[in-house]
Design a protein around this ligand. Structure first.
Ligand code: PHE
Length: 377
């Protein structure tokens, strides 16, 4: 127990004080003790202890003075003790508050110093990639067909001849197979069926109709393969989007209207479309869709005069093959050809991307040269 605590627990008479003048040094002493205590409260918890020691209602120093000095004081001392006590109390209260504020700001400053972020440090650069142009074009086309009610399905790149050819009305010795020569997988002897890399996305027409009754409205984005020698317009791997719509009352009109809608959204509203007769074993009639050259406005003449380099002066650009689904195909998927009708199309993505973005060599899509890829962020 410290001296001042000790003293404050005893009545003044025990301390030998009988006259008001004798009080000053007693209180000065206390104030000195208080100031020393105050200076040693450095954090919130020591400050609380210090505050309670001085201001605690039950046994704080000020309460003790009230109880042991003031209350029992003789009438001649009482007034002076009261006055001195009030002065001390004012000092104690204001100092305690000042100390609290100082500790609080100190804590904040410490926290600030601890958490300070050095904004001058160089940041971590995380390179953000982008989709390959082919994927971007896929997405663009998917969005257009998605917006008019088509859903998107995907299928295997390794196919059986049945799905790639036979069920599409291309029997084994049909001459059209020459255009679609492809890669066959080496399989163990006695394998139930040969396997090949699909030459088009059309097998998914069959797989979709096998799984689902009409109405069918799907597009099929994917990779396809052919035994082509690489040059500026040929690659052994390329990309297609198949489209198939089958229902009870789909007409040639629905077909051309849908294609026209797509082409205008892809190339812009001012292009025109036309179709020419063509041949595919799985569509009848079959057509080739052309678009009026979006680069020369369908005139065949380049902006500065001379022949348009894109359409080579033809004013039209061949886009893709399509047609009304051949009734023979419905026989392979248990659809009734008397009840249903529909159309199908197969869009070559690489060709479309080359056209739209002015790329003159298909090989560049597969070379992954970042100088090319960065041009299509
Ligand atoms: N599968 C054909 C091809 O790759 C394109 C096509 C698809 C034609 C659908 C008609 C209907 O050449």
């Amino acid at each position: 127990m410290t001296a001042h605590e000790n003293k404050t627990a005893q009545p003044l008479v025990h301390l030998g004080i009988t006259r008001p003048e004798e009080l000053s040094s007693l209180f000065a002493d206390l104030r000195g003790r208080f100031d020393a205590d105050c200076a040693s409260a450095h954090d919130e918890s020591s400050w609380k202890q210090f505050r309670d020691a001085w201001l605690g209602r039950k046994s704080g120093v000020l309460t003790q003075i009230t109880d042991s000095w003031l209350k029992p004081a003789t009438p001649e001392l009482k007034r002076a003790v009261g006055q001195q006590l009030n002065e001390l109390r004012a000092h104690v209260e204001s100092q305690i508050e000042t100390r609290r504020a100082a500790i609080e700001t100190g804590a904040e400053e410490n926290a600030l110093a601890r958490d300070r972020i050095d904004l001058s440090l160089p940041g971590v650069v995380r390179p953000v990639g982008s989709h390959h142009l082919i994927r971007q074009v896929f997405q663009e086309i998917e969005d257009i067909f998605f917006s008019i009610g088509f859903s998107i399905v995907e299928g295997p790149e390794i196919e059986t001849p049945y799905y790639n050819f036979e069920a599409l009305n291309i029997p084994e010795f049909h001459p059209v197979r020459d255009d679609m020569d492809t890669f066959y997988l080496d399989l163990p002897k006695g394998a139930p069926t040969p396997l090949l890399l699909r030459t088009h996305t059309s097998p998914m027409q069959i797989r979709t109709m096998e799984k689902q009754k009409p109405p069918v409205r799907v597009i099929v984005p994917g990779k396809v393969y052919r035994r082509d020698n690489p040059d500026a317009t040929h690659s052994f791997a390329f990309h297609q989007i198949e489209g198939l719509a089958v229902d009870t009352d789909i007409t040639f009109c629905d077909f051309t209207g849908t294609i026209e809608y797509f082409v205008k959204r892809f190339f812009g509203p001012s292009v025109k479309t036309r179709f020419r007769p063509s041949y595919f074993p799985f569509t009848e009639p079959s057509v080739e869709f052309d678009v009026s050259c979006p680069f020369c406005g369908g005139t065949g003449t380049a902006a500065g005069g001379g022949t348009c380099s894109k359409c080579k002066g033809a004013a039209w650009i061949e886009l893709f093959g399509a047609g009304m689904v051949d009734p023979a195909v419905y026989g392979f998927v248990n659809y009734d050809p008397k009840k249903v009708s529909g159309f199908a199309f197969g869009i070559g993505i690489d060709r479309l991307a080359m056209l739209k973005y002015g790329i003159d060599d298909i090989q560049i899509f597969f070379q992954n040269d970042v100088r090319f890829l960065r041009q299509f962020p």
